[in-house]
Design a protein around this ligand. Structure first.
Ligand SMILES: [Zn+2]
Length: 362
């Protein structure tokens, strides 16, 4: 599922293409894509508005429109946005089309149909996006943006010290800090040498600072690389490359780039979690509670006598750091090629006519 860097990339690409464009109509083929309106009412409400800017809040693209309104686009698992000429053949997975005055269309393609698009107004008093005037703010429950300059290590510490949970679920909690999902939570915890099941309350001030730095560094690097094109993620201007630079995420069995021991996978709260159990140690006190935290786990192999699921990879111990790095890089490249091939095949299968017709206009 797209996280902060992927959604930021989509927002930036979209901004280059649609700022200044006027919406002249909307067609929706899957009513549940719309969070706030029935399809006909949505088309009426959005028609005639011009795109003023495109931004992002947490994992949602926010398209600011004239008339104190904004579209929120949550890509969820498989949502994709393209801007194409209206003549481009339609793809069966396109759920919503916004027609533009200049003859182009913004198409929301979403194979799994979990994506959600809302149209909200601004409260004239607070300036916040709201469900109705005087009503609840749309983004009220969200925590701070981790890449904001205003988000300091002191803020992070203060928030952390109010929490008692374990680090992995805490990082995924959008009311704690937004934008971090499964990929970047695993990467940030590995970079900070913190076990995903460590409890927030056991962190020393230096751990807190490392975690803060890791989250920001990794998210910024991922934005720079246009996100991780894993599964269905792609942006209007094409794929990202961060997947080639991930250290532990989906690298079960490959050598840890720091110590060469195999990366392990455990399941925390039904989410796959990747770590190096050598670099990311768990104290005896935290281990004690870990079994309970993992009782709801799914997937993986469970062995008698184990406190949590571990899926050890092939024996990669004994590699020199150089060999380890080469192996990791090879595997990463292969995986990227496979993912890109899968996406290309999906795009071909879904476009009946000319193969080039699914390529977004530049
Ligand atoms: Zn390690």
């Amino acid at each position: 599922m797209p996280e902060l860097p992927e959604v930021e990339t989509v927002a930036r690409d979209l901004r280059q293409r649609i700022v200044g464009a006027t919406i002249t109509g909307a067609r929706c083929s899957w009513a549940r894509t719309l969070r706030t309106h029935a399809p006909e009412a949505f088309a009426v409400a959005v028609t005639g508005r011009r795109v003023e800017s495109v931004g992002r809040r947490a994992k949602q693209v926010v398209v600011e429109l004239t008339g104190e309104a904004a579209l929120t686009i949550h890509l969820k698992m498989t949502g994709q946005l393209f801007v194409v000429p209206a003549a481009t053949p339609e793809d069966p997975y396109v759920r919503l089309i916004l027609e533009l005055e200049d003859g182009r269309e913004i198409r929301f393609r979403d194979i799994r149909k979990f994506g959600k698009i809302g149209l909200y107004g601004r409260d004239p008093l607070t300036g916040e996006l709201v469900t109705e005037v005087g009503g609840a703010a749309v983004f009220a429950a969200l925590g701070p943006e981790p890449l904001d300059d205003a988000f300091t290590v002191r803020d992070f510490r203060r928030r952390l010290r109010r929490r008692s949970g374990r680090l992995k679920p805490l990082l995924l909690d959008q009311s704690f800090v937004v934008g971090v999902g499964n990929i970047y939570a695993d990467e940030a915890l590995w970079a900070a040498r913190l076990h995903p099941l460590r409890t927030a309350g056991t962190l020393r001030p230096t751990d807190e600072r490392h975690l803060y730095d890791s989250i920001r560094t990794i998210l910024a690097e991922a934005v720079e690389r246009r996100g991780s094109s894993i599964d269905d993620y792609t942006a209007p201007d094409g794929d990202g490359s961060m997947q080639e630079h991930l250290q532990v995420y989906q690298r079960t069995g490959e050598p840890c780039p720091r110590c060469g021991r195999p990366v392990k996978r455990i399941v925390v709260g039904s989410r796959s979690t990747h770590l190096c159990s050598w670099c990311q140690r768990l104290s005896a006190a935290d281990r004690k509670g870990a079994a309970a935290a993992l009782r709801t786990m799914t997937g993986g192999r469970r062995r008698a006598g184990r406190r949590w699921t571990e899926i050890p990879g092939e024996g990669t111990l004994g590699l020199t750091p150089d060999e380890a790095a080469r192996a990791a890089s090879r595997a990463g490249t292969d995986r990227t090629k496979r993912a890109a091939a899968t996406r290309r095949a999906a795009a071909r299968a879904s476009v009946p006519a000319e193969p080039s017709s699914s390529v977004p206009v530049r």
